[in-house]
Design a protein around this ligand. Structure first.
Ligand code: KG4
Length: 357
């Protein structure tokens, strides 16, 4: 240490000053989350999920806002403790401005504004979808770094979205196709509810599908122009099929639930993959990622990898903990916006829809 003399301390001071420590806050739906990153490397990511919605078979917006209000202070405190940083060490606060449930977004946005004001540091708004798009860029100290090259395609699939997005750089993206009705996660959730399997439906159907035969039943696939999706028809097709079979045999559902889940899941994955392959052909892009809650689906992950091997794509699958809503992805997206010089004024208001962003 001595050999460096004064330069050592100068270097230390410069290093300390140059570290950008970003607190990310996510509260767009039913997960309250806070994360800390230092120069793009993840130090902590805390998520409080809200079990209160389970009994209702879906997220109840009013209950979600109240739960966020209770969770936000302990979640942010825990994220700072786990990261080993003090609030006064923070460089900026990134928060989800939208899209999402307005009451939920208000909690995270107001908290970010108050904390930014109290600490006299900038706040940076983040589009929730952009967080999902950049999930592969969350660097973890104990994990190898593997990031897609720009431009890449992201299949963004969640309870609120089903989109194919071309990502040109961390700050610019274009939606090439999207659902014209239900999101694919909604199809999982609604059908699970219909089959009496519980909420959220995706993980239950995923688990049961592993025991079933995906070729046993066939459900209607939509014929939609271009790169857009539709999932309401396949949901109705399952509903009518089960209703008709139950009329003949009241135990049909119980006897066939694994095959029903496997066949339904395969239909959804076929629909997703058909358009993704089309998008890759049209754009000539072979870097392919997935994001959003449904990207946790084991069947979808296996198919993307298989399709990638077949078509010479480089595929990137985010870790499970970064597929559903989390603040790490908001922090990393906010970090890029921060580096680009973006600062959000304190009179910012959350927005529920993508088109209002
Ligand atoms: O991204 P996310 O946490 O929340 C938003 O919608 O913004 O996604 C939640 C969705 C739910 O519809 C849930 O059923 C679905 O992700 N999901 C899954 C799986 N895990 C979660 N869908 C299929 N398979 C899974 N393993």
């Amino acid at each position: 240490m001595r050999a460096y003399g004064n330069n050592y301390y100068l270097c230390r001071i410069i290093t300390i000053q140059m570290a950008d420590i970003i607190l990310g806050i996510e509260s767009s739906c039913d997960d309250t989350s806070a994360a800390v990153i230092r120069d793009g490397w993840l130090l902590s990511n805390v998520i409080a999920s809200q079990d209160v919605h389970r009994a209702f078979g879906g997220v109840v917006p009013e209950l979600a806002s109240r739960a966020h209000e209770q969770n936000i202070v302990p979640v942010v405190s825990e994220a700072l403790v786990r990261a080993g940083v003090k609030a006064s060490d923070l460089t900026a606060i990134a928060f989800t401005r939208g899209p999402g449930l307005l009451g939920s977004l208000l909690v995270g946005t107001s908290f970010a504004k108050a904390m930014g004001l109290a600490l006299d540091i900038p706040i940076v708004m983040v589009n929730h979808l952009q967080g999902h798009l950049l999930a592969d860029f969350i660097r973890q100290p104990d994990k190898p770094v593997r990031e897609p090259a720009f431009p890449y395609l992201c299949l963004l699939v969640s309870g609120g979205n089903s989109q194919i997005v071309r990502v040109d750089d961390p700050l610019h993206f274009e939606i090439l196709g999207q659902t014209i009705d239900d999101a694919v996660g909604e199809a999982f959730d609604k059908c699970s509810k219909m089959l009496g399997l519980g909420y959220p439906g995706g993980p239950v159907i995923d688990r049961l599908a592993k025991e079933g035969d995906p070729a046993r039943f066939k459900f209607t696939k939509p014929h939609i122009e271009g790169l857009d999706y539709s999932f309401s028809g396949v949901k109705t097709s399952l509903l009518y099929f089960v209703r008709d079979e139950m009329a003949k045999d009241p135990d049909f559902l119980e006897k066939n639930k694994e095959d029903l889940c496997a066949s339904f899941q395969k239909t959804l994955i076929d629909i997703l993959l058909d358009k993704l392959v089309k998008a890759a052909k049209q754009t000539g892009i072979r870097e392919v990622t997935i994001g959003g809650g449904v990207s946790a689906n084991s069947g979808l992950r296996a198919r993307i990898e298989a399709e990638g091997r077949k078509r010479g794509w480089n595929t990137y699958l985010p870790e499970f903990k970064f597929t559903t809503d989390n603040a790490a992805m908001i922090a990393i997206a906010g970090y890029y916006h921060y580096l680009a010089g973006e600062r959000t004024p304190l009179d910012v208001a959350p927005v529920s829809r993508m088109s209002d962003f």
